[in-house]
Write a protein that binds this ligand. Structure first.
Ligand SMILES: [Zn+2]
Ligand SMILES: [Zn+2]
Length: 190
């Protein structure tokens, strides 16, 4: 397995489990502890995870939040269910009201964005937006920005939601392009 792929899987594991042991990871991926330490180095430096005794933990996302309960972009107050957190370099975290503003910040910040975390609409657990299934053009109105997106970790959940409430399932990249195109049309307006 390539280092990139392993690092991606470690990220997903720490997101779902919050705490992991180094020895558990080295066993799982059949590599040395040293290799795991190398894999997690960047994640520790970015503030995404913290080292614990013999393991790693998902960093507390409540610390380092620079902008309290307002969206970093449009200043709407945050409803945590729809919000997303941009994990940035140098231990910075930004919170946006929804993925609409998350995408715009992501484009503004470029390489500074290491990860975007959001909540699964169905299970309410923290997931990585980059791998999520985005439901758009649904009949359910969240009352946040347009276009709106509902995120699901599992594509079956997204498909099931669409069957009940209408809409389309798109990927992270497709959703981001939608937001970019809409911004092109209505220049300057959020
Ligand atoms: Zn916003
Ligand atoms: Zn919003």
């Amino acid at each position: 397995m390539l280092a990139n792929e392993r690092q991606k899987q470690i990220k997903e594991l720490v997101l779902s489990r919050k705490n992991l042991k180094i020895s558990e990871l080295s066993k799982k991926f059949k590599v040395s502890d040293m290799t795991i330490h190398r894999d997690i180095k960047a994640m520790v430096e970015s503030g995404f995870i913290v080292k614990t005794f013999g393991g790693i933990s998902l960093a507390s996302q409540d610390t380092n939040v620079s902008n309290g309960n307002e969206c970093v972009l449009c200043y709407k107050s945050i409803n945590f269910r729809f919000s997303c957190r941009l994990i940035l370099t140098k231990n910075r975290v930004e919170t946006a009201c929804c993925m609409h503003c998350g995408f715009i910040r992501n484009q503004m910040l470029g390489n500074e964005v290491l990860e975007i975390l959001c909540y699964d609409f169905f299970t309410n657990t923290t997931i990585s937006a980059m791998n999520a299934n985005f439901v758009m053009d649904t009949t359910l109105d969240l009352g946040c920005c347009q276009p709106q997106f509902l995120l699901f970790n599992q594509s079956e959940h997204a498909q099931g939601f669409v069957r009940g409430f209408g809409g389309n399932v798109v990927t992270f990249t497709e959703a981001m392009e939608k937001v970019a195109r809409q911004r092109e049309k209505s220049k300057g307006c959020c």
